[in-house]
Design a protein around this ligand. Structure first.
Ligand code: RB5
Length: 148
């Protein structure tokens, strides 16, 4: 799978760990930054990854800021994006299985490397179940359409 990853200054170390993990698992990774420890604005990176996912340049996205909140909020403003902030594997699994989320977000100040890797692994190995969940995801998309 081709994964786009983005982060702010709070998540440099965790991102490096996640990139290494993804490559070990045989995934291709596109790093949208930041790669500087200087304080930066998370919406920039949330939008970059979200647009790459929405355009189909990458299959899935991973976003990391201090809490996962700001960067996912920014990503969710891009049409077609469903970014979920998770801090444990069950929610990460359900975000794929029931909500067909296309971006996993988490907080570098919330989860450690091992927990983050468990979530990423679960996320990438869970398929959307469709069926009644498709109807609900379509309803979310319909709300988005009303905003255009
Ligand atoms: C940066 O200090 C912090 O606000 C950011 O990483 C993130 O947690 C925002 O939601």
């Amino acid at each position: 799978m081709k994964i786009g990853i983005g982060n702010d200054h709070s998540a440099l170390e965790l991102k490096a760990e996640i990139i290494e993990f993804l490559k070990e698992k045989g995934h291709e990774v596109v790093d949208y930054g930041t790669n500087s420890a200087e304080s930066c604005d998370y919406p920039v990176y949330g939008e970059l990854v979200a647009r790459a996912v929405a355009a189909g340049e990458v299959d899935q996205g991973i976003l990391i800021c201090g809490t996962g909140l700001g960067i996912s909020l920014a990503a969710n403003k891009v049409k077609g994006i469903r970014a979920a902030v998770c801090s444990e594997p069950f929610t990460a699994k359900m975000a794929r299985a029931h909500n067909d989320c296309n971006i996993l977000a988490f907080g570098a100040r919330v989860v450690g490397g091992e927990l983050a890797k468990m979530m990423v692994d679960t996320w990438l190995n869970t398929e959307f179940e469709g069926g009644r969940h498709q109807r609900r995801v379509d309803m979310i998309t319909a709300i988005e359409e009303k905003e255009q």
